[in-house]
Design a protein around this ligand. Structure first.
Ligand code: NDP
Length: 270
């Protein structure tokens, strides 16, 4: 039954059907930045696992294209225009999600930007804009989604960190600080909301082929350096973050919270 903890009396009596715990049928997921890259890979995976999906991004053409793609493949999807830097947009997006599908049980805080400068040359404006989109939006969206999840009796929040959640960066210190903050915020929300059966976890993608990494891929020496530094010997594809997302979105992870899972071909441990 949707939202029922797995250690309920019925599960003990009937035995736990493990694959069924990954089924997201009847759950609704909101994916920020779900109109491309890793967000779209995750949105597709959640839809395949049975969830209703809302794609929230600024670019309405991309939102519509991503939504149509998921619908064509049999998923239930709706595009919503949303700038995650804007609190009113966040409230409106949550309302639209609940109106469309009757609830909100899964929030994927994926929207992010990467623009950097050496710390000594970085302007306050550049610092603020990256931290606002990558970290403040995770807090705001989670805070605004909390009431709906509390009301439902359970919820799943999945945040997207980075290898730069673990490593420092001379080129993008603002990005690195924001992504390190995402890991700590994940732990704090997890501690605060575990009593409400709201699990909060984080995915740390390694180098994944998307628009964000296109400049790196087009820089052949840098690209090769990363490929050689990655034990798997390649970049990942957006859909490869989908398995971790389905796990964290599903009842299979009901006793897992505050964790960060690297999906990185070994980059983080080499
Ligand atoms: P993309 O540039 O392909 O996608 C970024 C997404 O974020 C877009 O859908 C974009 O939508 C959305 N977005 C950005 N700013 C806002 C905003 N203010 N409001 C709403 N949506 C916004 O990047 P990736 O798919 O690579 O990145 C997705 C996440 O994964 C990011 O958090 C990134 O930091 C993280 N990541 C990526 C890695 C990689 O190797 N690609 C590695 C580690 C982490 P729109 O165009 O409509 O604004």
């Amino acid at each position: 039954m949707l939202g029922t903890p797995l250690n309920s009396t019925n599960d003990k009596k009937e035995g736990l059907q493990i694959m069924a715990t990954f089924d997201l049928t009847g759950r609704t997921a909101l994916v920020t930045g779900g109109n491309g890259g890793i967000g779209l890979g995750i949105a597709e995976a959640l839809a395949e696992a049975g969830a209703n999906v809302v794609i929230a991004g600024r670019d309405e053409v991309k939102n519509q294209a991503a939504s149509s793609q998921i619908s064509r493949n049999g998923g239930r999807c709706r595009p919503v225009r949303c700038d995650v830097d804007d609190l009113e947009d966040i409230d409106a997006t949550i309302d639209e999600t609940i109106n469309a599908f009757g609830g909100l049980q899964i929030l994927v805080n994926n929207a992010g930007i990467a623009a950097g400068e050496s710390p000594e040359d970085m302007s306050d404006a550049l610092w603020d804009s990256v931290v606002a989109t990558n970290l403040r939006s995770v807090f705001r969206f989670s805070r605004q989604a909390f009431q709906a999840m509390k009301q439902a009796g359970f919820g799943k929040i999945i945040n997207i960190g980075s290898m730069y959640s673990l490593f420092g960066s001379a080129q993008v210190p603002n990005y690195s600080a924001s992504k390190g903050g995402v890991v700590q915020l994940t732990k704090s929300l997890a501690v605060a909301w575990a009593p409400h059966h709201i699990e909060v976890n984080c995915i740390l993608p390694g180098w994944i082929t998307t628009d964000m990494t296109r400049p790196v891929i087009d820089n052949e020496p840098f690209h090769q350096q990363i490929v050689q530094r990655t034990p798997a010997g390649r970049f990942g594809e957006p859909k490869e973050c989908g398995g971790a997302a389905v796990f964290f979105a599903s009842s299979a992870s009901d006793f897992v919270t505050g964790q960060s899972l690297a999906v990185c071909g070994g980059f983080s441990i080499a």
